[in-house]
Design a protein around this ligand. Structure first.
Ligand SMILES: Nc1nc2c(c(=O)[nH]1)N(C=O)[C@@H](CNc1ccc(C(=O)N[C@@H](CCC(=O)O)C(=O)O)cc1)CN2
Ligand SMILES: Nc1ncnc2c1ncn2[C@@H]1O[C@H](COP(=O)(O)OP(=O)(O)OP(=O)(O)O)[C@@H](O)[C@H]1O
Length: 222
């Protein structure tokens, strides 16, 4: 199935933010009960195939080209965020061909801003953010992603979310753990959420579901 394939039943967009508290089970690692399990099953299968296709495509891009594209995204971030002094910005440590913003993160710290990185505490839980500065000790967390070894949980005012895919309604396709959606839903104050990815990762629709939270802004290399 491709993004132009319309054989997937229309997955329903919402004109206003849906209230789905009634679909939440309580307790650790609460799972959502989807309103239409059959549709969700189709969407899940389609998303899995699209993730694999999009990740393989970006991994096939040369390291030199990836640097060029990452730098373009970094320049746009600088413009979008503006004055960074005293801001706390949640970024990410790149994996699987994601835009590499590590130099930009260092520049932000040099300019008086602060950076935080996401940490997976447990599958099915919101992410935690920990402060990071160049040279800080890091360790491998779940899925081998490097995370700051210690430090308290902090609340960024800006969150930069890497996109596996995205659509024109600013919905994000990630790795399928639901981490960013859970994290944004749980944050006491909603941060400015900026999705970053390659223009080639654009889809016709990600078939947004009630739990999917759109990005405020999406920045690409084009
Ligand atoms: N660089 C980076 N760090 C990040 C994220 C990210 O998107 N990029 N995350 C953003 O959330 C969190 C990690 N999220 C992840 C979620 C799933 C898998 C993963 O490998 N999942 C399994 C299958 C999952 C499933 O379908 O149930 C897999 O692909 O084998 C990896 C990372 C926190 N750190
Ligand atoms: N607020 C939430 N509460 C409980 N479960 C949630 C919440 N948000 C998402 N989920 C669950 O997470 C799972 C994965 O969702 P989805 O396919 O949207 O992942 P994703 O956004 O691609 O992943 P990620 O953010 O980790 O990169 C779904 O089963 C979904 O029900």
């Amino acid at each position: 199935m491709t993004d132009t394939d319309d054989s997937l039943p229309f997955a329903g967009e919402y004109a206003s933010p849906p209230c789905f508290m009634h679909e939440l089970e309580t307790g650790e690692g609460a799972q959502l009960r989807h309103p239409d399990p059959k549709l969700w099953n189709d969407v899940t299968r389609w998303r899995k195939a699209e993730r694999e296709r999009l990740i393989a495509a970006r991994l096939a891009v040369s390291p030199e080209e990836r640097i060029v594209r990452s730098n373009r995204i970094a320049e746009k971030l600088t413009v979008a965020i503006g004055r960074v002094k005293d801001q706390l910005i949640g970024v990410y440590w790149p994996i699987r061909g994601e835009p590499d913003l590590r130099k930009w993160m260092t520049d932000i710290v040099g300019a008086g801003g602060r950076i935080a990185l996401p940490v997976v505490i447990k599958k099915g839980w919101p992410l935690e953010f920990r402060r990071w500065a160049p040279g800080d000790p890091m360790e491998r967390g779940i899925w081998n992603i490097l995370v700051p070894s210690h430090g308290p949980s902090v609340q960024p005012g800006v969150v930069i979310a890497p996109l596996v895919g995205f659509d024109s309604a600013r919905y994000r396709l990630g790795y399928g753990g639901g981490f960013f959606d859970r994290t944004l839903a749980a944050m006491p104050a909603r941060p400015l959420v900026i999705g970053v990815g390659y223009a080639t990762s654009k889809l016709g629709s990600i078939y947004p579901q009630p739990h999917d939270i759109p990005m405020d802004v999406i920045l690409t290399d084009e």
